[in-house]
Design a protein around this ligand. Structure first.
Ligand code: ZN
Ligand code: ZN
Length: 422
């Protein structure tokens, strides 16, 4: 099928296709080979259909302008309620332990018994968000221009200014509330940052600070803490390598059949219930999570301008390439600056490949555990709304000056990455 002009014909619809040896050959007419490796997860078909339907309904509601403002919708309230009930478990453990010590006598018996409820409380206690110890923390005085930009965007969004910036090498930018004081922190991954043009940087930061304004991070903390408790319970009430080992020993010594039956029964009933609740929580949180992403995108378009908002999203599907280029340059210690290599790789990706990855995101990222809605729908929604001009503008030279501020902590990040790759 390959012709000598570097073109080929689609085996499905015979449409003429350009063939570039560096990128996947695919058909923009019938979507042939958009996903050459095929989907990676093996969820049952009914579940995929349900998840797709949820994502579609939400998209249509947003497109028709039925959802205007962030805040409490039914899905968020339900996710909060369910999470609160789950978060009461460690509290019940704590109170149970105290009650045992206070009211149950003799003390020599109640004291050791109270270890059980106290242990449950300790194991299931909610934890504050912590930053990865490998990140480089940047404070206000180290990067005045970057913080000036962040302050401007935060003011335009209407949220608290960030307390610190966490720099790492990853291909993403995030917003988090860290520690028990819930300090707002913006995480900047160099692989993502280097692949963005100045106004796209404004768009990405505005999206993240938009999460701050919509209190998505607090909501996320409550739901994630509940999910962590469920994970812990799931691990306790499902078959572990130790159980299997014990069963084998029991088989050999012809003892312990009853114990193994009880274990299996508890795993099936209690474990089954835990996994059921886990799934329900993920389902009701999906809508609230995806809605939060769309609303943060809307905020991003208002502040950076619609065009930059949409383009920034289109760049996100390229960040894996940027990260690979960064890793390669770090690993092989080439002449090129790794950060330059990452930026160049993203800028060299042809529009056709960008389009393929956007379509791929539509095929794959409707999954419930994908934290974001499909990128192609997010771009479509920004472009479907009336165009907006930028409220905060970052000029090229300002953007370069920010990169110079990031140079020293950036070198520390690359050094860390180098030692990790070794
Ligand atoms: Zn085709
Ligand atoms: Zn987001």
């Amino acid at each position: 099928m390959q012709t000598d002009q570097g073109a080929t014909r689609c085996p499905q619809c015979a449409h003429q296709l350009p063939a570039d040896p560096l990128y996947v050959t695919w058909c923009d007419r019938c979507d042939w080979n958009v996903d050459p490796t095929g989907p990676t997860d093996k969820a049952p078909a009914w579940r995929l259909r349900l998840e797709h339907r949820l994502a579609d309904t939400l998209y249509r509601e947003l497109e028709q302008g039925k959802i205007h403002r962030p805040g409490w919708d039914a899905a968020r309230v339900a996710a909060y309620l369910l999470s609160t009930v789950i978060l009461l478990l460690p509290l019940a453990g704590l109170l149970g332990g105290i009650a045992l010590l206070a009211f149950y006598r003799p003390l020599w018996l109640s004291a050791p018994l109270s270890i059980i409820p106290f242990g449950v409380a300790l194991l299931l206690r909610p934890r504050a968000n912590q930053l990865d110890p490998d990140t480089q923390l940047i404070h206000r005085e180290q990067a005045p221009l970057l913080f000036d930009l962040l302050d401007k965007i935060a003011a335009a969004v209407g949220t608290t200014p960030v307390g610190a910036v966490a720099l790492d090498a990853e291909p993403n930018v995030y917003y988090a509330r860290v520690g028990w004081r819930f300090t707002p922190v913006i995480g900047i991954g160099l692989a993502a940052w280097m692949g963005l043009r100045p106004q796209e940087r404004v768009a990405v930061l505005a999206h993240e600070l938009g999460h701050g304004k919509n209190s998505d991070a607090r909501h996320g903390w409550v739901v994630n803490s509940a999910a962590a408790i469920l994970d812990e319970l799931d691990e306790t009430f499902s078959e572990q390598p130790y159980d299997r080992y014990r069963e084998e020993v029991a088989y050999l010594t012809d003892s312990g059949t009853a114990t193994s039956l009880i274990t299996r029964f508890v795993n099936a009933t209690v474990g089954g219930a835990v996994r059921g609740v886990q799934w329900v929580l993920t389902m009701i949180d999906l809508r609230s999570r995806q809605r939060a992403e769309y609303l943060a995108d809307r905020r991003s378009a208002e502040i950076a301008g619609s065009e930059a908002g949409a383009r920034a999203l289109e760049r996100l599907v390229l960040m894996d390439s940027s990260y690979r280029a960064l890793q390669q340059a770090v690993r092989f210690g080439s002449e090129v600056d790794p950060l330059e290599a990452a930026a160049r790789t993203v800028n060299e990706i042809p529009t056709r490949e960008v389009e393929r990855r956007l379509r791929l995101s539509g095929l794959r990222d409707s999954r419930i555990d994908a934290s974001h809605p499909p990128t192609n729908l997010r771009v479509k929604l920004i472009r479907a709304r009336p165009a907006q001009s930028a409220l905060v503008v970052l000029a090229n030279d300002q953007s370069r000056a920010i990169d110079r501020e990031l140079a020293v902590p950036g070198q520390a990040v690359l050094k860390e990455l180098r030692s990790e790759l070794r």
